[in-house]
Design a protein around this ligand. Structure first.
Ligand code: GLT
Ligand code: MN
Ligand code: MN
Ligand code: MN
Length: 386
């Protein structure tokens, strides 16, 4: 049936289904949607939650009374329709004040304003029940490096994240923080451009355990990297705090396509990875309908993201139960108990025994592991003929 329910934990951002279709060359093609109306429609489609930037809900120049009304109406819609807000984040990229960075601006006043804005946004997120707080450093980067701030930027970024982690603790918010890497766009080069860079940076923070990743399918793909490989490394590090699902052609601008729209096989192996490893966080679709679409297209897009995920989840289950595929897989992985005993952990005895062993190198080089057949079986399963 592939009809989502809240147990599937599908989420969208107010900015995703609310995207009015503006691009750098053209005006919006759709009317804005109010936050309460988005909540109502997403709940009707079987979503679990909705995420937001501070300014997706409250305009940056709203007066206090206006803010309170918008938050009240949003909370009412959430409780009327049974949606939650698992993740919140800060818009540190739209306002011209952030044109040369927020936490990494060379202007100390901008850095201070970024902290001020983020604390207020963390207050809002907490009020809405969010437990994960995302940092996408959209403007944290450069086009030209004549400013000479590459090392300073990293230490300003670190100081800000350390400050905000302490703020979260002091307020009793206990957020888990998720860094979202992206290689470029809107900046020519964004700091911490890939999953690997972010993992390395987290180890330099005061409280690394509070920080993890929010990897995005499109962003690793823009960098020419494999998203399942990146996510596997994040899982291995125990850092998969959140995930942004969408799709992307390599070598393009940030497309944020409907999940599964472009790289179906990669999407399949990603879903399989998430399901096999028991990831139990939200499956967030950080994507938007094509600019060509009207509001009907927006809801077809949202339904499509969730349906494709559920279909791929079912395909992953079939893959695990397909006798021919499992036999090919078993043949691919060669076990050898004695050798695994020797290589699992160093000891002087193991090292000595291994050095004495002789290996049939030519036989090892001749062996065909059967990957062509295994991959073809996978393709046929995805094409629906198995
Ligand atoms: C923006 C960006 C996304 C980030 C969002 C969080 S905003 O749309 O393209 O990848 O996840 O700030
Ligand atoms: Mn993106
Ligand atoms: Mn985007
Ligand atoms: Mn994203």
């Amino acid at each position: 049936s592939y009809t989502p329910t809240p147990a599937d934990k599908f989420t969208f951002g107010l900015w995703t289904v609310g995207n009015p279709g503006r691009d750098p060359f053209g005006e919006p093609t759709r009317q804005p949607l109010s936050a309460p109306s988005i909540v109502e429609r997403l709940a009707g489609l079987g979503a679990y939650g909705v995420n937001l930037h501070d300014n997706d809900l409250v305009p940056i120049d709203a007066a206090a009374a206006e803010r309170d009304r918008l938050v009240r109406e949003f909370k009412q819609a959430l409780s009327d329709h049974g949606l939650v807000v698992p993740m919140a984040t800060t818009n540190l990229f739209t306002d011209p004040a952030f044109k040369d960075g927020a936490f990494t601006s060379a202007d100390a006043r901008v850095r201070a304003y970024a902290l001020h804005k983020t604390m207020l946004s963390m207050d809002l997120g907490h009020e809405l029940g969010a437990q994960t707080y995302v940092f996408w450093g959209g403007r944290e980067g450069t086009e030209v490096d004549a400013g000479g701030k590459l090392l300073d930027a990293l230490s300003w970024f670190r100081d800000s994240l350390n400050f905000l982690a302490e703020y979260s603790r002091s307020q009793g918010y206990n957020y888990r923080f998720a860094l979202e890497p992206k290689p470029n766009e809107p900046r020519g080069d964004i700091f911490l451009p890939t999953v690997g860079s972010a993992l390395g940076f987290i180890a330099t923070l005061d409280q690394p355990d509070l920080f993890g990743l929010n990897p995005e399918f499109a962003h690793e793909t823009m960098a020419g990297l494999s998203f399942p490989h990146a996510v596997a490394q994040v899982i291995d590090a125990g850092k998969l705090f959140h995930i942004d699902l969408n799709d992307q052609k390599p070598g393009r601008f940030d497309q944020d396509l409907r999940f599964g729209a472009e790289n179906l096989k990669t999407a399949f192996f990603l879903v399989k990875l998430l399901e096999d490893t028991g990831y139990d966080g939200p499956r967030h679709f950080d994507a938007h309908a094509l600019r060509t679409e009207d509001e009907g297209g927006v809801w077809a897009f949202a339904r499509g993201c969730m349906r494709t995920y559920l279909i791929l989840r079912e395909k992953a289950r079939q893959w695990g139960e397909d006798a021919e595929i499992q036999a090919a897989l078993a043949a691919y992985r060669v076990e050898d108990e004695e050798l695994q005993g020797l290589t699992g952990k160093f000891s002087p005895e193991n090292a000595r025994a291994l050095k004495r062993r002789s290996f049939d190198r030519e036989m090892l080089g001749r062996r065909g592991p059967g990957l062509e057949q295994l991959d073809q079986l996978t393709v046929e399963l995805l094409l629906g003929v198995r």
